[in-house]
Write a protein that binds this ligand. Structure first.
Ligand code: ATP
Ligand code: MG
Ligand code: MG
Ligand code: MG
Length: 478
C-alpha cells in the first residue's frame, strides 16, 4: 500500500512539529501581501521575508518564530521563477504546486538541516539511499563567492557516497527569491527514478529520470537593487520540497500527473470532454498533443481555481494578466486539441476542490467524530443524573469544551434540545478565569484549560481516554 498525498503532507508537518519542535504556520494566500517585487507567492519563504531581512515588527507574533514548518501554495508563472513554458512538456513542472518547507530563523543551521532532511527522506518515508543525490554550492570566482565545502563535509559525515555529492554553480545552487531580496547558497536533494546504476551526470540536466525534490537554502545574504550582496543579520535555513514530486516518488510514479493529486482530474477531463484517453506520453508527435493537452489543462485549472479562490481574477495587468494568459492557454488546448464544448473547463473545478480542499474537511471530521461520540455520552449521562434539575452544570460543559474540542455554542444547543438550560453564569466565569491564566502565563499557543471537572475526566477515562497533557491538541482546543 502506498501513501496518499494527504498522508505525505501530514507526515512532513508532523515530523518537524513533533520530532523537532517546529511551529506549524498556515499557507499564505498566493497573492503576495505587501511585496511589490513579486507577482505571485513563489516559495514558502515569501511570507517570512521580513524575519530573514531583520525588518519584522518585534511586537508581531512572527518575531517570535524560531522553528517553523508549513505547506505553501505556490504559483510560478511570470516573474523570476516562471515555469509556464515547461508545463505540459515535462511531467514535474507546474504553474501551481505546493511547497513543503521547514525554517530556522537564527536557530539551527546547516548540519541539523541536512540531518533532519536525510532522516525524513530515508527514515520516515523510507527512500533508498542509493537513489538520492545531493548537490552543494561550488562557488563563483567572478563574484568572489567560495565553495560551500562545509556542506559537502556534512553530507559525507551523514554517510552519503562521495560520488553522490556534486557541486554546481550560481544557477542551481545559489537560491534567490527575486531580483532583490534574501538569497544564499543551497544544497539540493535529487531522486533517481530508475535505479540500478550511478547517474551523477544526470543531476540538474533536465532528465525526467533524475528529478530535484528538495532545496535547502542557507540564507546568508540579501541582494540590493544595484546587484550587490549584503550579509543578513542572522543565519537562517529555508527549505522547500515540491509535494507533487515527492508524492510521485512515494507512489512509485515517474510522472506527477500519475499521482492521486492529478489522476482524478484526468478522469474528469475524459468524462466531461469525451476525448481520447490519456496515455502518459511526452513528445511532439500529433497523437501526443492529446497527452500534452491533458497535462496543461489539469495544471492550469488547478492554478485558476486556487488563484480565484485567493482573490486573483483573470485581468489586464500584473498577476491578473498572467492568470488571463493561463486561462486562455487552457481554453485553447481544450477547444482545439480536445475539441471540448464550451463550459467544459469549469466542470473540472469540483474535482480540484475534491483533491485540494475536501481532504482538509475529511481530516478534521475524522478528528472530531470520536470526540463527538464521547461528548454525547458525557452530556447524556449528566442529563440522566441531574435529579430533576433543569440547569445543566457549567463545569461539565466547560470540560467537554476544553477536553473534546466542542464549541460552547454547540454544547448549549445539544443541551437545550433536551429541554434543559445551560448554567451560563458558571460557564462564563470559568471561561474568564481561564482567559486570565492564559494572559498571565503569556502562552498564546497553550490550548489547555484550567478548572476541569473531575467527574468528566473520570467519565472520559471510562471511555478509554487517559487524561494526559500530551493528548493531541485538537482534542481539547477549539
Ligand atoms: P527546477 O530546477 O526543477 O526547476 P527549482 O530549482 O527551480 O526546480 P526551487 O526554487 O529550488 O526549484 O524550489 C524548491 C522545490 O520546489 C524544488 O526542489 C521542487 O521540488 C519544487 N518545485 C520548484 N518548481 C516547481 C514547479 N514548477 N512545479 C512543481 N514543483 C516545483
Ligand atoms: Mg525552476
Ligand atoms: Mg533546480
Ligand atoms: Mg532548486
Amino acid at each position: 500500500s502506498t501513501l496518499t498525498s494527504s498522508a505525505v503532507r501530514r507526515m512532513f508537518i508532523e515530523f518537524f512539529k513533533e520530532r523537532h519542535g517546529h511551529k506549524v504556520v498556515a499557507s499564505a494566500p498566493v497573492r503576495p501581501r505587501g511585496d511589490k517585487s513579486l507577482l505571485f507567492v513563489n516559495a514558502g519563504m515569501n511570507q517570512f521575508k521580513p524575519i530573514l531581512l531583520g525588518t519584522v515588527d518585534p511586537r508581531s507574533e512572527m518575531a517570535q518564530y524560531r522553528r517553523v514548518v508549513n505547506s505553501q501554495k505556490c504559483v510560478r508563472a511570470g516573474g523570476k521563477h516562471n515555469d509556464l513554458e515547461d508545463v505540459g512538456h515535462d511531467v514535474y513542472h507546474h504553474t501551481f504546486f505546493e511547497m513543503l518547507g521547514n525554517w530556522s530563523f537564527g536557530d539551527y543551521f546547516k548540519e541539523e538541516a541536512c540531518a533532519m532532511a536525510w532522516q525524513l527522506l530515508t527514515g520516515v518515508y523510507g527512500l533508498p539511499r542509493d537513489r538520492l543525490y545531493v548537490s552543494y554550492f561550488g562557488g563563483d570566482q567572478m563574484l568572489g563567492l567560495e565553495a560551500d565545502e562545509e556542506t559537502r563535509e556534512i553530507w559525507l559525515s551523514i554517510g552519503v557516497q562521495p560520488n553522490h555529492i556534486l557541486p554546481f554553480g550560481m544557477k542551481d545552487n545559489f537560491w534567490e527569491m527575486g531580483e532583490i531580496g534574501p538569497c544564499g547558497p543551497c544544497t539540493e536533494i535529487h531522486y533517481d527514478h530508475v535505479g540500478g546504476r550511478d547517474v551523477p551526470h544526470l543531476v540538474n540536466k533536465g532528465s525526467p529520470d533524475v528529478v530535484e525534490i528538495w532545496n535547502l537554502v542557507f540564507m546568508q545574504y540579501s541582494r540590493a537593487a544595484d546587484g550587490s550582496l549584503h550579509a543578513l543579520p542572522q543565519h537562517s535555513v529555508d527549505t522547500g520540497m515540491g509535494l507533487e514530486r515527492l508524492v510521485a516518488v512515494l507512489q512509485h510514479k515517474r510522472s506527477n500527473y500519475d499521482t492521486d493529486l492529478f489522476a482524478p482530474l484526468f478522469s474528469a477531463i475524459q468524462q466531461h470532454f469525451r476525448c481520447p484517453e490519456y496515455r502518459g506520453q511526452t513528445g511532439v508527435a500529433d497523437r501526443l498533443k492529446v497527452d500534452m493537452a491533458y497535462r496543461v489543462i489539469a495544471d492550469h485549472i488547478r492554478t485558476l481555481s486556487v488563484c480565484i479562490a485567493d482573490g486573483v481574477y483573470p485581468g489586464k495587468s500584473g498577476a491578473e494578466l498572467v492568470l488571463r494568459q493561463i486561462l486562455r492557454r487552457a481554453v485553447r488546448f481544450s477547444a482545439e486539441v480536445l475539441q471540448s464544448t464550451p463550459g467544459s473547463l469549469s466542470k473540472l473545478v469540483p474535482t480540484v476542490a475534491h483533491i485540494l480542499i475536501m481532504y482538509i474537511i475529511d481530516d478534521n471530521e475524522a478528528q472530531f467524530l470520536s470526540s463527538l461520540k464521547q461528548g454525547r455520552r458525557v452530556i447524556d449521562r449528566t442529563l440522566q443524573n441531574m435529579n430533576g434539575s433543569t440547569i445543566f452544570p457549567g463545569s461539565v460543559a466547560w470540560s467537554v469544551h476544553c477536553h473534546l474540542g466542542f464549541p460552547l455554542d454547540l454544547i448549549k444547543l445539544m443541551v437545550e434540545e433536551k429541554g434543559v438550560t445551560m448554567d451560563t453564569e458558571t460557564l462564563d466565569r470559568l471561561a474568564l478565569e481561564n482567559e486570565k491564566v492564559k494572559t498571565q502565563t503569556q502562552e498564546s499557543e497553550q490550548d489547555g484549560c484550567i478548572n476541569l471537572d473531575p467527574n468528566v475526566l473520570r467519565e472520559l477515562q471510562g471511555c478509554g481516554i487517559a487524561y494526559t497533557s500530551d493528548l493531541p491538541k485538537y482534542q481539547y482546543s477549539l
